[in-house]
Design a protein around this ligand. Structure first.
Ligand code: NOJ
Length: 756
C-alpha cells in the first residue's frame, strides 16, 4: 500500500467514476463532432440481410437503403471480397459521412476449413493448437471479407442437456479461461490492423450455460460467489486478453435480462474489469426483454443503452426508439455518443477508418482458404480432440490389414461431420469415415453397412433437420438395415461402429432430456456385440452422453465429437494407430440425467459420502453412486503412463514466493504417446465452503516408449486465490492438499501450508 503512487490513484479514480481511462482518438472525435444524433444511433445498429443462418425469427429488411441513409453500423451474414466491397461502398460512397461497416460473422470452429466442435477442441488441452486453429480461422475469414467474429463462446456449463455445451470448453473455469485467452490471441494476435486478424467477441455475458433444466434460453439464478468463482473467469480472461467486443446473453441474471443489466454491463464489465471495447446484444435480445416483462420496445431499448449496451443486433429497437427517448429526456445524447464512440473506436482499431476496403482483396480467398496446410491442421486438431473412453482387450488400434466391418449411420456420412454451428463451412467438402479408412488403410478389407438410422423417430428427425437433412430415415426397414449389418459383421475380424448424435442434435435450441444414444442405434450396438466379434464404437456427439449401458459392454469407445472437415481421415489416423489418442474430457459424463449437474469441482458438504457405497444420512443416491460415469480429465491412450516421485518441494508457501510441485511421468507401454498431467488443489479451511478439488495447472507432454519426463508446477499465491463472501479475490492462509494425475479422479499426494 505504501507504494501506491499518484497515477494509480488517478487510474482508479477514472475506473471508479466510469470515465474512459483510454485516450481519445482524434479521428473518432472528429467524426463524432460532425455526426447528427440519428447518425450516432445508426452506428449502434447491427443488421443481417439474411445471408447466413438466422438464429431468430426475423431477418433485416431494406438493409441497402438503411446503409445508405447512415442507419447501420455493421452487418453480418455477408461474405466474399466482392460482396463486402459492395456493402462498404454503400456505406462509404453513399452515406453522408462515409463511415465503413463492421462485417461480422459466426466463425465458431473454423471458417471454411472446419475444425472440431469447440467442446472437442477443448479436449485436446493444447493451447497452442487451439490458438493456431483460431489464427487459421481468422486468416480464412478475413480473406473472405469478415473483420469481426462472434467467438469465442466461453460459457461454462455443467449441464449436458443444454445443446450449446458443444460450442464451449466444458465445465471448468480455469481450463475455460486458458482456452478463452488462446482463442482471443489467435483471432486478434498483436495487431488488429493487420489484414489477417479479426476482432473477437467473447460471449455470452453471462452465465448462459447455466439455464434451469438445461433448456436453452431459460432463466438463470446463481449466487454471486458461485458466479465469480465458477462461471465468470473465462469472460474475464478474454477481457484481460484484450478482446474487442462482448456479446450479452439471452438469459436474465438476478431477474434482470443480461442485455439490460447495468450491474453486469457497467459495474462488473467496465468498472471492475476495465473493459474498453464495445458490447453487442445477441440476436434480438433487446426486443426479447419485452417478453421478459421489462416494458415496451422504447422502455427496453432505453434500459439496455443505459445499462451499457452499445450495439443492437437485428432488433432495431435502438434505431427506432432512441431518438424519441432523447427527446423525452429518458436517455441523454451523451449516452448515445458514448456508445457510438465505442463502435467507431472498434473501426479505428481494425484500421477501417483509414482503409474501408482492406478486407476486400479478391486475390486472397484462393491463397488463404482451404489450403492444404489448413486442412492438415484440421486433421491434426481432430486427432487431438478424440478421447479414448475405454479400450476393451485393446481392440483399438486396428491392424491396417484387418477385415473390417464399418457399420453405422455416421460411418459413411458427410452432412454431420462438421458439427453444429459451422454455417461458413461446407459439409460437402468433409471426408466421410469410409473414405478416410480407405485413404489410411488401402490394404484393409472394408465393408460398409448403415445398420440403423440415427433415429427412427420421424417427428424428432424433423426438428433436427431445420437446417437441411441431417437425419435421413432410410426407405429400407430398420430390420433390413440391421440384418445386413450383422451379416457384414459376422464375416469380419473386427467391427467399427460409427454411432451417436447428428450434428444438430446439439447446438443452439437443441436441448435434450434423454442424452442416451438413440434407441435405433443402441439396438444395433447390442446386436453387434452379440455376434461375439470385437467391437469398437466411434462415438460422435456434441455433448457428454449417458452411455452407461455401452460402458458396461465388452467394447472399446473412442469419443470423436463432430470432428470437422477432415473427419474421416482423422478418425482413421487414430483407429489404425498412426496417431495415439490423447484427449481428455472437459466435462464429466453422467451415469444418468438424474445426476446432473455432476462435475468434479463441486463444493464439499457437511455430510460427504466417504465412499461410493450407499450410506444413510450421507449425501448420496439410493440408485447410483455419486461419481460420474466418466470424470473430467479422463482419457486413455494406446500406451500407459506411470506417475512417480510426486512431491511438493517444501512445506510452506509465502506470498511472493513459489512452491514447486513436481512429478515424473514414464511411458510404460510400447508406443509413443501424449499425456495431460493435471494438478489439483483442495483448500482445507476457508471462509467459503471449498470445492473438493480445483484444477490449477496442467501440462501436455509427449513421451517415447520407456521415456520419462519430470513435470514441474511452480505454485504461487495467485493459484490459491478465490472470491470470498465480499467478492474480494484472496488466498486465505492454511493447509492445502494437492492431487496429481492424468484425470480429476486422482489421489491426494500431500499438502502444504500457505503462511502470511
Ligand atoms: C444467436 C447466438 O446465440 C449467438 O451466439 C450468435 O452469435 C448470434 N445468434 C448471431 O448469429
Amino acid at each position: 500500500m505504501k507504494n501506491f503512487n499518484l497515477s494509480v490513484v488517478f487510474l482508479l479514480f477514472l475506473g471508479l467514476s466510469g470515465l474512459h481511462a483510454q485516450e481519445r482518438i482524434p479521428q473518432v472525435e472528429a467524426l463524432l463532432e460532425k455526426m447528427t444524433l440519428e447518425e450516432k444511433i445508426g452506428q449502434l445498429n447491427l443488421l443481417t440481410p439474411g445471408g447466413g443462418i438466422a438464429t431468430g425469427s426475423v431477418v433485416s429488411e431494406d438493409v441497402e437503403a438503411k446503409i445508405k441513409a447512415g442507419n447501420v453500423g455493421g452487418v453480418f451474414g455477408v461474405s466474399s471480397p466482392e460482396r463486402v466491397r459492395q456493402a462498404q461502398e454503400l456505406a462509404v460512397k453513399n452515406s453522408r459521412l462515409g463511415i465503413p461497416l463492421l462485417i461480422g460473422s459466426d466463425v465458431i470452429h473454423g471458417y471454411k476449413t472446419t475444425f472440431p466442435i469447440p467442446l472437442g477442441l477443448s479436449s485436446s488441452w493444447d493451447m497452442e493448437l487451439i490458438k493456431e486453429t483460431a489464427k487459421v480461422a481468422a486468416k480464412e475469414a478475413t480473406a473472405d471479407g469478415i473483420n469481426w467474429n462472434f467467438s469465442p463462446m466461453v460459457d461454462i456449463s455443467r449441464d449436458p442437456r443444454w445443446g450449446r455445451v458443444a460450442e464451449g470448453a466444458g465445465e471448468d473455469a480455469y481450463l475455460g479461461s486458458q482456452i478463452a485467452r488462446a482463442m482471443v490471441q489467435g483471432y486478434q494476435q498483436d495487431d488488429l490492423t493487420e489484414p489477417h486478424t479479426m476482432m473477437a467477441t467473447v460471449k455470452h455475458l453471462a452465465l448462459y450455460g447455466a439455464p434451469e433444466g438445461g433448456r436453452d434460453y431459460n432463466r438463470v439464478d446463481m449466487s454471486r460467489t458461485k458466479m465469480f468463482n465458477e462461471y465468470l473467469p473465462p469472460y474475464k480472461a478474454a477481457v484481460d486478453a484484450g478482446v474487442g467486443s462482448v456479446m450479452t446473453s439471452f438469459n436474465d441474471i438476478d431477474g434482470v435480462p443480461a442485455t439490460g443489466n447495468k450491474w453486469l454491463l457497467t459495474d462488473l464489465l467496465r468498472e471492475r474489469w476495465g473493459f474498453d471495447g464495445f458490447v453487442v446484444s445477441d440476436y434480438t435480445s433487446v426486443n426479447e426483454m419485452i417478453a421478459h416483462g421489462m416494458g415496451d420496445l422504447q422502455d427496453v431499448s432505453a434500459m439496455a443503452l443505459k445499462a451499457g449496451l452499445d450495439m443492437d443486433m437485428v432488433g432495431e429497437g435502438f434505431l427506432t426508439t432512441l431518438k424519441k427517448s432523447v427527446e423525452e429526456g429518458r436517455v441523454s445524447e451523451e449516452e448515445i455518443t458514448t456508445a457510438a464512440r465505442r463502435i467507431l473506436e472498434a473501426k479505428h482499431k481494425l484500421g477501417l477508418l483509414d482503409d474501408p476496403y482492406k478486407y476486400s482483396d479478391a486475390s486472397r480467398p484462393e491463397k488463404d482458404i482451404l489450403t492444404k496446410e489448413n486442412r492438415q491442421l484440421a486433421r491434426r486438431a481432430a486427432t487431438q480432440s478424440f478421447v479414448l473412453l475405454k479400450d476393451h482387450n485393446d481392440i483399438l488400434p486396428v491392424s491396417k490389414r484387418a477385415k473390417i466391418a464399418l457399420i453405422g449411420p455416421l460411418a459413411n456420412n458427410q452432412s454431420n461431420m462438421l458439427g453444429t454451428w459451422a454455417p461458413t463451412g461446407d459439409f460437402n467438402l468433409s471426408v466421410p469415415v469410409l473414405e478416410g479408412f480407405k485413404n489410411v488403410a488401402p490394404n484393409a478389407q472394408i465393408t460398409y453397412a448403415k445398420g440403423a438410422n440415427i433415429t427412427n423417430d420421424s417427428v424428432f428427425a424433423k426438428k433436427v433437420n431445420v437446417f437441411g437433412p441431417k437425419v435421413e430415415i432410410s426407405d429400407r426397414s430398420p430390420e433390413e438395415l440391421l440384418q445386413e449389418a450383422l451379416k457384414v459383421a459376422k464375416a469380419s475380424d473386427v467391427v467399427i461402429a460409427v454411432v451417436g448424435e447428428a450434428s444438430e442434435m446439439s447446438g443452439e435450441a437443441a436441448s435434450r432430456t434423454n442424452i442416451q444414444i438413440p434407441e435405433s442405434q443402441k439396438r444395433l450396438i447390442r446386436e453387434l456385440v452379440a455376434t461375439g466379434k470385437p467391437v469398437a464404437l466411434v462415438l460422435m456427439s456434441g455433448r457428454p452422453l449417458d452411455i452407461s449401458e455401452e460402458m458396461g459392454m465388452p467394447v472399446s469407445i473412442l469419443q470423436a465429437w463432430h470432428p470437422g472437415v477432415e473427419a474421416g481421415n482423422a478418425i482413421a489416423d487414430v483407429v489404425f494407430g498412426d496417431v495415439n489418442p490423447s484427449g481428455k474430457l472437459t466435462m464429466s459424463w453422467p451415469r444418468n440425467v438424474g445426476q446432473i449437474p455432476v462435475y468434479y469441482g463441486s463444493r464439499i458438504t457437511g455430510r460427504p459420502a466417504p465412499t461410493e457405497e450407499f450410506q444413510k444420512f450421507k449425501t448420496n443416491y439410493l440408485d447410483v453412486p455419486n461419481s460420474p460415469l466418466l470424470p473430467f480429465g479422463h482419457g486413455l491412450s494406446y500406451t500407459t503412463f506411470q506417475y512417480s516421485k510426486i512431491k511438493a518441494h517444501g512445506e510452506t508457501l509465502r506470498p511472493g514466493d513459489s512452491l514447486m510441485i513436481s512429478t515424473t511421468v514414464t511411458n510404460t507401454g510400447d508406443r509413443a504417446g501424449q499425456e495431460v498431467v493435471q494438478l489439483y488443489i483442495h483448500d482445507k479451511v476457508r471462509s467459503l465452503t471449498p470445492p473438493k478439488k480445483q484444477l490449477i495447472a496442467f501440462e501436455k507432454i509427449a513421451l517415447q516408449p520407456g521415456e520419462s519426463k519430470t513435470v514441474e508446477f511452480p505454485v504461487t499465491v495467485e493459484d490459491l486465490k478465490f472470491y470470498n463472501g465480499q467478492l474480494e479475490y484472496v488466498a486465505e492462509p492454511g493447509e492445502f492438499e494437492f492431487f496429481v494425475g492424468g484425470t480429476s479422479d486422482c489421489e491426494m499426494q500431500g499438502s502444504f501450508t500457505l503462511v502470511e
